[in-house]
Design a protein around this ligand. Structure first.
Ligand code: PRT
Ligand code: ZN
Length: 289
């Protein structure tokens, strides 16, 4: 497909796939059903989406087979591929953590000295230990790392954790965090040499930024008694000054504002106390600042 289209690699099937497609659709890109395809061409943008195993994405982007990719930061750092990490995408958050038997305690990183740690992330872990001047033995295991201590293969493990259930089921608990990870946008170093693709890329970045801004915001609407205006404006944690509109009932006003999504329940009671009624909280698709 040497067609001048921007080539984006995403995970074919796994934890990142749905969220990656969702982000593209929020960016207004019409990505058709991808099942059993190696790639699809976006109908309304000069872009091809390649479906790959997540482990292969950094290398393909480095080699220019794909121009850009959505992939876990943990994979990018482990593969040590020479690509640019452009932006954190806010989904598939997890932590790479040391896991230890639940009956043990570690308070200081130096207590890892001389221990054997099993992991699928030997590069990230070894670098972390080196930076902290701790000498431990790192052994690489490609799957089911969490069973290594009970098999007697390792003292501790270093693995991705999100809810912690897997560790618990294996009588392990979390200790130090080695890396806070999430999906990131990576880009080939050679992309800058291609002006047409860079235009497509920059336009995509604008769309991604607006989608990420919107995800963290909600649209708040309410009616208030006219005399409560200054009190209510104080309560609302708005991005900009709220919009104030007259209503047919001259004793009332309508207020509209964009607020941080996580703040609503903190201010709801105060809004009611100040006399706000008919409060609506709406999702926002995109925000172009
Ligand atoms: O087939 P392919 O190679 O493409 O996929 P994969 O099986 O290698 O990867 P996949 O789909 O499992 O994960 C893709 C990415 O999702 C990872 O690289 C991370 O960036 C991210 N992610 C987020 C996670 C987790 N959360 C996660 N919890 N990846 C793996 N896990 C595993 C972890 O390894 C452990 O086995 O889930 C278990 C722990 O989960 P909890 O909830 O029990 O703590
Ligand atoms: Zn993988």
């Amino acid at each position: 497909m040497p067609n001048g289209n921007l080539k984006l690699a995403i995970q074919k099937s796994g934890r990142l796939t749905e969220k990656s497609l969702q982000l593209l659709r929020t960016c207004g890109l019409d990505v058709e059903n991808y099942k059993d395809r190696l790639f699809v061409t976006v109908k309304n943008y000069n872009m091809d989406v390649l479906f790959l195993r997540d482990d292969d994405i950094p290398e393909y982007v480095k080699d220019g087979v794909a121009d850009i990719g959505f992939v876990g930061e943990n994979v990018v750092l482990e593969k040590q591929a020479d690509v640019d990490i452009v932006k954190k995408l806010g989904y598939s958050r997890c932590k790479l953590r040391i896991g230890i038997p639940e009956n043990e305690n570690i308070n200081d990183l130096r207590e890892l000295e001389g221990k054997t740690i099993a992991t699928s992330y030997p590069n990230i872990l070894s670098n972390y230990l080196l930076d902290n001047e701790v000498k431990a033995k790192v052994i690489q295991i490609s799957g089911s790392v969490e069973i290594a201590p009970s098999l007697g293969v390792a003292d501790y493990i270093c693995d991705l954790v999100s809810t912690g259930t897997t560790l618990k089921m294996n009588k392990l608990k979390t200790s130090f965090t080695i890396l806070d990870s999430q999906a990131v946008l990576i880009k080939s170093k050679e992309l800058e040499d291609n002006q047409e693709k860079m235009e497509l890329f920059n336009n995509l970045i604008t769309r991604i930024d607006s989608a990420l801004n919107a995800k963290n915001s909600k649209y708040l609407m309410m009616n208030i008694p006219k005399e409560a205006l200054s009190e209510i404006v104080e309560i609302i944690p708005s991005l900009k000054s709220p919009t104030v509109l007259n209503l047919a009932d001259e004793s009332m006003l309508a207020i509209q504002s964009v607020i941080p999504a996580d703040k609503f329940w903190e201010i709801n009671d105060d809004l009611h106390k100040a006399g706000a009624t008919d409060i609506l909280l709406l999702p926002i698709e995109n925000i172009i600042l």
